[in-house]
Design a protein around this ligand. Sequence first.
Ligand code: ADE
Length: 225
Amino acid sequence: MRIDIITGLPKMLDSFIYQSIMQRAQNKGLVEVVVHDLRDYSNNKARQIDDYQFGGGAGMVMMIEPIAKCIRKLQAERKYDEIIYMTPDGKRFEQRIANKLSLLQNIIILCGHYKGVDERVREHFITMELSIGDFVLSGGELAAAVVADAVVRLLPGVLSDETSALTDSFQDNLLAPPVYTRPADFEGWKVPDILLSGHEANIAEWRFQQSLERTKARRPDLLEE
Ligand code: ADE
C-alpha cells in the first residue's frame, strides 16, 4: 500500500512516519508513506499556499492551485483509490472505515489548515472526507496521522501476532476484554484464576463475557448497531 500525505506543515508528520510500527511496516516493504510539502507546489516566490477569503472575514483559506498541482502530479504517476480530506465536518472515522481503507492500493490524504481549503478542491478532487471526532484541531496533520496509523497496523504482516488486530476493540462491535501479564500476584492483586487454568475454551468464553459486560457498561450504543 502507498499513502501520500499532502500538507503545509510536513515537519509535523516527519517524526510520526519514522517511528515504531510505521517505520517497521515501511522497512518490511508493506507500506510506503510519502509526505509532500504543499509549499513546493506554490505558484509564487514567497511559497504562499493560503490567501484571504472572498467575501471577507477572518482566517486564511488554502488555495486550489498548489493542491491541484500536487494531486495531479501524483495522479500522473499512479491511480489513486481515494483522495481523502481531513476535516471536522467529514464523516466520522471508525474502525470499519480503517478496515476498508487497509484493502486499498494507493490513497492520498490532504491535511487542511487555517479556515480550510477552497471549496473547489473538495468538489473536484476529494473523494472522501473524514473527521476524527467532534472537536477542532489546528490542522489536519494529527488527524491524518491517526488515520494512517489505524490503517497501517491492519496490513498483513505489520503486527507481529497476525491475529492481534482482529481481537482489537471495535472489530466485532465489542470492546476488548481485560488483559494481564506477570506477576500473577502483585501485592495480593491477583490475575483471574481462569486465565491461569490453561483451559482454552473456558478462557475464550470468559473473555467474550468480559467484552460483553464491558461494552454494556461503557458503550451500550455499540450493541444497538
Ligand atoms: N482538522 C481539524 N479538526 C479535525 C478533525 N476533528 N478531524 C479531522 N480533521 C480535522
